[in-house]
Ligand binder design. Structure first.
Ligand code: S3P
Length: 431
């Protein structure tokens, strides 16, 4: 579907963003691994998180979907059923990387995972490597892609240093550590989102963080009872960007997760002089089971360029396309470094963001691990292709509202991967 977004006069009003995608996936997966029924409030109903619900159903969890709530009865940690066919992860990288951590330990059972065209280009060797060190048996396609076959085995614990910060790989190893003999430790170069750790702590697991390392001790069961999913800061970031860029705008974004590992974008935006007021979580210290939330007040203003360093990347990874867009409107240069992970997202986001914004008139160049944008006082407009990437589609829509002549987004429908009501919500804020 090709959709046009005309320049907006301004945005105003209040919006509650959709439920957090990362936390929804984890709630469904841990719900399936739990021994007692779990109630999940405000689960995200989008293409990606529906893939997770279908997967846990195929693995033997009972899933009842009610208005505003899901009730799930899992199989327990060690009793996932062997499904009849292949588990379809759809477009979902998080499901692809987390699920093997659970399935690799299902002794004596076999599972195969496959997905759409985009997922077939996304590497799975990053989880296969540590899982093999734990004694898992896996067979990838061409050594690093799906279809992936997993033959469940008894696992043993490891200490593993991630070469690149990744919440998906960290979570996979932690989930495998739940059933491995002994104590499993994962270290990462800088802290990535910690929703798995928080939810495991709430589920009664012995899990600790010391600096950049997390240690989990094996357990017999997870007891979770209830999860409340907060608003997704990555979805809210599109509205926040529109509110900051379009003169005269004033927005109230309600009930957003302000977990420190997810608010890197807000810290970068504030450094660019963007006006976002809220109660963000302080530096991450001791691990806690809560997911903090806040309302955010957003207002438009003049922006300055900035440099995003490699250490800042994990906490802002999904919002970096928006940093590129903001850079087009800022005074001076905006540089992102150390973000080579963008190349293995739903599209190669360094290439697709740079080509997409150039097509709208931006002065932007790709580097191996990021991009350099020279602020040019805004964007004329044009046509952008989403390349099947939800975040690119929504970035294009915001670019259109903030542009001088409007933008046509080709392939807008893929926004439904994380934010099915995006177009309705953003148009509802136009004044
Ligand atoms: C996610 C982690 C991130 C992020 C993805 C969701 C998660 O990936 O890009 O959209 O839910 O764990 P990496 O941490 O692997 O980079």
């Amino acid at each position: 579907m090709n959709v046009r977004f005309e320049p907006a006069a301004k945005l105003a009003g209040a919006l509650t963003p959709p439920a957090d995608k990362s936390i929804s996936h984890r709630a469904a997966l841990l719900g399936a691994m739990a021994s007692e029924p779990v109630r999940i409030h405000n689960y995200l109903h989008a293409a990606d998180t529906n893939s997770t619900l279908q997967a846990v159903h195929d693995l033997g969890a009972l899933v009842e979907v009610h208005d505003g709530e899901i009730v799930m009865r899992g199989t327990g940690l060690r009793d996932a059923h062997e499904p009849e066919g292949t588990i379809d992860v759809g477009n979902c990288g998080t499901l692809l990387r987390l699920l093997p951590g659970w399935l690799a330990a299902q002794d004596g059972r076999r599972f195969s995972l496959d997905g759409d065209e985009s997922i077939r280009r996304r590497p799975v060797d990053r989880v296969a490597i540590p899982l093999r060190l734990m004694g898992a048996e896996l067979a990838e396609t061409e050594g690093r892609f799906v279809p992936l076959t997993i033959s469940g085995k008894r696992l043993h614990s490891i200490s593993y240093e991630l070469p690149v910060a990744s919440a998906q790989v960290k979570s996979c190893v932690l989930l495998a550590g739940l059933t491995a003999d002994g104590t499993t430790t994962v270290g990462e170069p800088s802290l990535s989102r910690d929703h798995t750790e928080r939810m495991l702590l709430r589920a009664g697991v012995s899990i600790h963080r010391h600096g950049r390392h997390v240690t989990v001790t094996n357990t017999d069961e997870l007891v979770l009872d209830e999860v409340v999913v907060p608003g997704d800061p990555s979805s809210a970031a599109f509205m926040i960007t529109a509110g900051v860029l379009i003169a005269g705008s004033r927005l109230l974004i309600k009930d957003v997760s302000v977990n420190w590992t997810r608010t890197g974008f807000l810290r970068i935006l504030r450094r660019m002089q963007g006006i976002v007021i809220g109660e963000f979580e302080e530096e991450p210290g001791e691990l806690c089971g809560q997911e903090p939330t806040s309302d955010l007040d957003v207002a438009a203003g003049a922006l300055e360029g900035t440099v995003v360093t490699p250490e800042e990347v994990p906490a802002a990874i999904d919002e970096l396309p928006l940093v590129a867009l903001l850079g087009c409107f800022a005074e001076g240069e905006t540089i992102v470094r150390g973000a080579q992970e963008l190349r293995v997202k739903e599209s190669d986001r360094i290439t697709t963001v740079v080509q997409g914004l150039r097509g709208l008139g931006a002065d932007i160049e790709a580097t191996d691990d990021g991009f350099v944008v020279r602020g040019s006082g805004g964007l004329p407009g044009g046509v952008i292709d989403a390349h099947g990437d939800h975040r690119l589609a929504m970035m294009g829509a915001v670019a259109g509202l903030a542009s001088r002549e409007g933008v046509q987004v080709n392939g807008m429908d893929c926004a439904a991967v994380s934010y099915p009501g995006f177009e309705r919500d953003i148009r509802g804020l136009l004044r």
